[in-house]
Unconditional design. Structure first.
Length: 450
């Protein structure tokens, strides 16, 4: 009986239609992200007992800096491969891989050059050697096989999921072992370096072979740069208003508090990160294909994606906000107790941030990288201003709450642009905003009084 049902399921998900490929990709994305998050959670449980909050604060600053440098040079080679009609052409792919490799070298050079000023700015001299070593991960990543974006274009995620899981398992074990032996932040740096080397190796070993070689074709370079110049700005601004906010936090709060915010963010953004991967691995390629082949169906597909996010995610985010303090008390020792208050707010912020994701995917799929960059620029500006204003009036809790308010404004702007293009669903958006508004009203008085 079970064997028969498994056989029926395999038959259902097999096939090359867009719907079947999207279903397979969703299954692998959910499985991979769930397994990776479980490993990350186990790693955090061990590491918080071996390392102090300051270690996580320092690693958060170093990681955010590396992400900033990376995104300032990201001209969107992967999105270009996914959406371009030449996305499977060997000449186009060699040009993209060459750009990717050169970018990795440049990131390493720039990061090492700026490491000392960054360490001085934050008053944490240990950041200097940390950033220099972490910059090598960008150099390594630059030589990743071009077969990876090809697999994403085809929504063939089975092998990519296996690569990510193997990398995560090995990295987790090595990081925990290093933390036990060293009892310092260097364990986190060692884990990141070894993980990047392993993932590079696996992309060549496990993905379809490709004859990699350096080369430029002017037409391919022009297509990538024209589309990617706005991707470059948009992704950097997305980072600045998202993960990059950690750098702003580092200016306002002590490094141990920053470490607790980082722990709370890891828990609070887990579901949002999963949805981000689903949209990147499934929704963006699917919408790109629909817009290329039958654009009249794009609004309907987008509404289906929105309904999946709201019905599947909002209740979980709200529940996480309610049980935040109990969860932190159960999982971590007394040094991390304050993270419960942070998590109760960040979980709702994560829900609000998730609402605008489908609209951003739709803009990129339609080739509106310039408009996407404008929205992300507005988002970054609003969130940074909100952080300073909120901190001024109500400290750390006010800072996080104001960040949620700014995120709501970004969602309204995204929905407005989508509505003008006939793709917004006002009833769905209104219901989601009302539910989250009630959740904030209930949560904030408790958080402020804690």
């Amino acid at each position: 009986m079970l064997a028969s049902r498994l056989s029926d399921f395999r038959a259902f998900v097999s096939g090359k239609s867009l719907k079947r490929r999207a279903l397979r990709s969703s299954i692998w994305t959910f499985f991979g992200a769930g397994a990776q998050y479980s490993l990350r959670l186990v790693s955090t449980l061990f590491l918080t007992r071996l390392l102090d909050p300051e270690a996580f604060g320092l690693m958060s600053l170093a990681t955010v800096f590396m992400l900033a440098i990376g995104l300032m040079s990201d001209i969107g080679t992967t999105p270009s491969i996914i959406r371009s009609s030449r996305g499977e052409d060997a000449v186009f792919l060699r040009t993209a891989w060459t750009i990717q490799a050169i970018r990795g070298v440049l990131i390493t050079i720039i990061a090492c050059s700026l490491a000392w000023p960054v360490a001085q700015f934050y008053g944490q001299l240990l950041l200097f050697p940390m950033i220099c070593l972490l910059s090598l991960t960008a150099l390594i990543k630059g030589f990743t096989s071009i077969a990876e974006p090809l697999a994403r274009r085809a929504m063939a995620l089975r092998k990519l999921t296996k690569i990510d899981l193997i990398t995560q398992i090995v990295t987790t074990l090595l990081t925990i072992g290093s933390a036990w032996a060293l009892e310092s932040v260097w364990a986190l740096v060692i884990g990141a370096l070894i993980g990047s080397v392993l993932r590079l190796f696996l992309t060549y070993k496990m993905l379809d072979p490709f004859a990699h070689s350096f080369g430029f074709e002017r037409k391919a370079l022009s297509e990538i740069v024209v589309f990617g110049r706005w991707i470059l700005l948009g992704t950097f601004l997305t980072f600045l208003g998202g993960e990059g906010i950690q750098a702003v936090f580092g200016i306002l709060v002590p490094v141990d508090v920053l470490g607790m915010i980082a722990i709370a963010h890891t828990l609070g953004w887990a579901l949002g990160d999963l949805m981000k991967k689903v949209l990147g691995n499934v929704a963006f390629p699917a919408l790109s294909e629909v817009i290329r082949d039958r654009p009249q169906d794009a609004p309907r597909v987008l509404r289906q994606i929105q309904l999946m996010l709201i019905t599947g995610c909002l209740p979980i985010f709200i529940l996480l906000s309610v049980v935040a303090q109990d969860l932190i008390d159960l999982m971590y020792d007394h040094r991390y107790a304050q993270a419960g208050v942070f998590l109760s707010i960040l979980a709702l912020n994560g829900a609000m941030g998730t609402l605008s994701m489908p609209y951003q995917s739709a803009l990129l799929a339609a080739g509106e990288s310039r408009l996407h960059a404008i929205v992300m620029g507005l988002a970054a500006g609003l969130r940074i201003i909100a952080v300073f204003v909120g901190f001024h009036f109500a400290g750390v809790v006010g800072m996080l709450a104001a960040l949620g308010a700014a995120t709501a404004l970004v969602f309204l702007v995204s929905a407005t642009f989508a509505h003008r293009r006939g793709m917004a669903s006002l009833p769905i958006d209104s219901i989601a905003l009302v539910l989250l508004g009630v959740a904030y009203v209930v949560t904030l008085p408790y958080a402020i009084g804690s």
